[in-house]
Design a protein around this ligand. Structure first.
Ligand SMILES: NC(=O)C1=CN([C@@H]2O[C@H](COP(=O)(O)OP(=O)(O)OC[C@H]3O[C@@H](n4cnc5c(N)ncnc54)[C@H](O)[C@@H]3O)[C@@H](O)[C@H]2O)C=CC1
Length: 486
């Protein structure tokens, strides 16, 4: 028995499901068929208000616990998620259209990793003792920020909810999370599970809606921090609104990342990396290496091997564990991808394979590879967020570094080479936050994840995330008399 797709109610506030049918209806489609699988309501101002009040109340109680006690709740939630991975993965597949083959290993499991990791760290979050001249000394205290808001994209709904909630809660904050309006189902399960694991009511609330609800959360004076996973244009708006109130932010935004394949690379590994970096989640991954720079001397061999490997993609029922390639998340996203494919053809790039909409219900398109792409083409400059790989030729190292960096984005970068000195040298020169050497798109919780340049601010995961969900108080302690001038 898997979870019903229609949730008990649209929102989860103060430890329970709540509904306010005055909110505009939101239909949820199963991307593989287009069928409506749930109807929810956008949060009204009254729901947003209740969620923020509940979070504020819970935060004070939660912050008064020891880190070990808080961590225990997070680790229990991780265990529950692990035990229900199958049901959560089926729901994620129905919400996003991503194949079960992926959701069962990369979504709830990655969320559980974050809860376990930050649950483990919670008890070790301390300040410092600082000795000073004359016997004076100081100490620092690591304090929570207060109520944090999480705003999610549609590609990894469970993972994004957990990646934001886990460090926030470990540090003693509460959260109001707004999932993407396209994929609103799984964050509700995360909320239910946190309650079951012992989180006080109001610690993690979920409210539904689109940008208007996100904007109301971002500007509310009860909110200390906003963490967004989304596109660069949304990031600019949310960052500006948060800055007006001097709120903390984490911005995990889009990219157009380079993947550089040198002539000495292991060809099969490089092709595998390019597949993972372009076609996983049907290309709907922010860190994808969509500008694949291939050394001219191996370009044709690379393309032949890639075309061969793409024959192995199993495009079909996403719930069938054998399926390895699913639909786009929505008709709108599919149309964006189709329009970029038309632009690429119009600009003179060579469509080697794929890019065809499948004649079936749902939002299906075959994985597309463009060759002979040049740096100035729109398909090489703009984030497509779909299964479209651009292959660009290069001749030497300095040239490819300069071209790879010639973008406003800086989320990820990958290098394939057997020459390890060159590998490290090139990675060091690439302007990107999350890099891969002879690999692509790995995101274990132990590693900081995030971008430079327009791709974002702050880091998720790893100990680095603690810095972004807490603040230091410093206390000077004078041991002698106070000497004043008059
Ligand atoms: N760096 C990262 O970790 C990741 C980045 N992304 C990026 O996300 C994008 C795709 O996701 P989308 O859901 O289409 O992004 P989006 O930017 O349209 O929406 C992201 C979230 O922001 C909310 N939002 C929209 N306008 C808002 C406003 N004015 N104030 C507050 N909230 C607002 C949306 O409702 C949604 O929940 C891509 O650009 C992708 O690269 C996706 C996954 C991971």
């Amino acid at each position: 028995m898997t979870y019903p797709t229609q949730p008990v109610a649209s929102h989860y506030v103060h430890g329970a499901y709540v509904e306010d049918s005055a909110g505009a209806p939101m239909e949820v489609n199963y991307p593989a068929t287009g069928e409506v699988i749930a109807t929810l309501h956008e949060a009204t101002p009254a729901i947003v208000d209740r969620a923020l009040d509940a979070a504020r109340e819970a935060q004070a109680e939660w912050a008064a616990l020891s880190g070990t006690e808080r961590g225990r709740v997070l680790r229990r939630a991780a265990d529950i998620i692990g035990a229900r991975n199958h049901d959560l993965s089926v729901l994620e597949t129905r919400d996003t259209g991503k194949p079960y083959q992926e959701t069962s290993v990369a979504d709830a499991t990655s969320g559980a990793d974050a809860l376990e990791y930050f649950g483990g760290l919670a008890g070790s979050l301390t300040g410092e003792h600082i000795p000073l001249p004359g016997g004076d000394w100081a100490y620092t205290m690591r304090e929570p920020l207060g109520v944090c808001v999480g705003l999610g994209a549609w590609n990894y709904p469970t993972q994004i909810a957990c990646w934001k909630a886990a460090p926030a809660l470990a540090c003693g904050n509460a959260m109001v999370f707004k999932p993407s309006e396209t994929t609103p189902l799984c964050a509700l399960k995360v909320a239910e599970i946190l309650t079951e694991a012992g989180a006080p009511p109001g610690l993690f609330n979920v409210v539904q809606g689109a940008g208007r609800v996100g904007a109301a959360l971002t500007t509310d004076p009860r909110v200390a921090k906003v963490s967004l996973t989304g596109s660069v244009p949304t990031g600019k708006r949310v960052y500006a609104a948060a800055a007006a109130e001097m709120k903390h932010v984490t911005m995990e935004l889009g990219g157009k990342s380079p993947l550089v394949i040198f002539e000495d690379a292991d060809l099969d590994d490089a092709v595998g990396g390019a597949i993972l970096g372009n076609f996983y989640s049907s290309g709907q991954v922010c860190s994808n290496g969509t500008r694949v720079f291939v050394h001219r001397s191996i370009r044709d061999t690379f393309l032949d091997r890639l075309a061969e490997r793409l024959q192995g993609a199993v495009i079909g029922d996403p719930l069938d564990p054998a399926t390895s390639f699913g639909p786009m998340v929505s008709e709108a996203q599919l149309q964006i991808v189709q329009s970029y494919i038309a632009k690429g053809v119009g600009e003179g790039a060579r469509l080697v394979t794929g890019g065809q909409r499948l004649d079936r219900p749902g939002y299906w398109i075959t994985p597309a590879v463009f060759a002979d792409v040049t740096d100035d083409m729109v398909i090489a400059r703009e984030e497509i967020f779909g299964p479209v790989m651009c292959v660009l030729d290069f001749d030497d190292e300095d040239e490819v570094i300069a071209r790879a960096n010639a973008t406003e984005y800086g989320l990820s970068a990958g290098v394939f080479t057997r020459d390890l000195r060159r590998g490290h040298r090139v990675i060091a020169a690439l302007q990107a936050g999350s890099c891969f050497l002879n690999s692509y798109n790995d995101a274990p919780v132990e590693l900081p994840f995030g971008g430079v340049k327009m791709s974002g601010v702050g880091r998720e995961n790893s100990k680095a995330a603690i810095e972004h969900y807490s603040q230091m108080k410093s206390v000077y302690v004078r041991m002698g008399r106070v000497e004043a001038p008059f």
